[in-house]
Write a protein that binds this ligand. Structure first.
Ligand code: ATR
Length: 281
């Protein structure tokens, strides 16, 4: 009788204790009838390239990469998908049979799938506001622009970072930029919060008048409780409000598809993960 080792996967980040990726990938594997190991591994600053090489040399099949290593993962990948090249960041790594390291970025497609397929929201034709201009926005901009919103405005505390993004993505769509003060009197159909203010318990300083009738508000952050931005959205009478849990599961599903060529069912996993978060609260 022969016993084969289960395929080995991991997510690298720092911090990593909070990662739900092992739960998500094990749930997908159970659906697909696959045996695999998936571990959350904390990597120290400066050790990322060595850790990646050691993981694949040791027989690892695929890696997810989270904060703060997505740019380093991008730099290491010899082959990048078009969307990863565009984002300048990689969250999914694998080696091909020739030993070449490939990188993809599944964050943006995960967000769009959650909004459009799961929540039933429309991106096409909307006047969209993106709050924040950091690495997270770089990852989601191209898939969002591909849905052809009517307009995209990026507001950021540091306006130059928003201007830089607008320049980099100018060929994919027209993006306007500005400060929080410039938002007075404006209204939007879709507001996406990609600022990390919520990690410090704060909602970004947005006027409640931004919310147009039937406006949808999406926070990339998630948790067992509504985030500060979600509370702001509800108080501003948004038509629909969501956190980023569905995006987390959808980006994982796209990574899973890359590695296994099987597209998992995400609905039950989003539901179960919601229960896990509530139980841990
Ligand atoms: P990420 O990878 O999550 O995008 P990042 O690149 O550090 O992380 O970007 C964090 C984003 O949250 C930035 O847009 C940041 O604004 P600045 O570019 O002006 O720093 C925004 N941010 C963080 N704390 C904030 C706060 N208290 N109020 C408003 N915006 C905040």
């Amino acid at each position: 009788m022969t016993t084969s080792q289960p395929l080995s996967f991991a997510v690298f980040g720092n911090p990593i204790k909070q990662s739900r990726s092992p739960f998500i990938h094990q749930s997908f594997a159970a659906q697909a009838g696959l045996q695999l190991k998936y571990r959350a591994i904390r990597v120290e600053d400066g050790d990322f390239p060595r850790a990646v090489t050691a993981f694949f040399d040791g027989g690892g099949s695929g890696l997810n990469v989270t904060v703060p290593f997505k740019e380093e993962a991008f730099a290491m990948a010899a082959q990048r998908t078009a969307r990863a090249a565009r984002a300048g960041a990689v969250n999914t790594l694998w080696r091909d049979d020739a030993g070449v390291l490939h990188g993809d970025n599944t964050d943006g497609v995960g967000l769009v799938r959650d909004m459009v397929a799961n929540l039933g929201w429309t991106v096409h034709g909307t006047e969209m506001l993106i709050v924040g201009a950091g690495g997270a926005v770089r990852g989601i901009l191209e898939p969002l622009l591909a849905e052809r919103p009517a307009s995209v405005h990026i507001v950021n505390r540091t306006v130059e970072r928003a201007e830089q993004l607008a320049r980099e993505f100018a060929d994919a769509g027209t993006i306007t930029t500005g400060s929080y003060d410039d938002l007075e009197g404006r209204q939007f159909d879709l507001i996406i919060n990609a600022s990390s203010a919520g990690l410090h318990g704060k909602a970004p300083a947005l006027p409640s008048t931004l919310v147009r009738e039937r406006c949808c508000c999406y926070d990339l952050l998630y948790g067992s409780e509504p985030t500060p931005f979600m509370r702001w959205s509800a108080q501003s009478a948004a038509w629909a409000v969501s956190d980023g849990l569905g995006m987390l599961v959808e980006q994982a599903a796209e990574s899973f598809f890359r590695w296994h060529r099987v597209r998992p069912e995400t609905g039950p996993v989003i539901h179960d993960l919601r229960g896990v978060l509530a139980a841990a609260a």
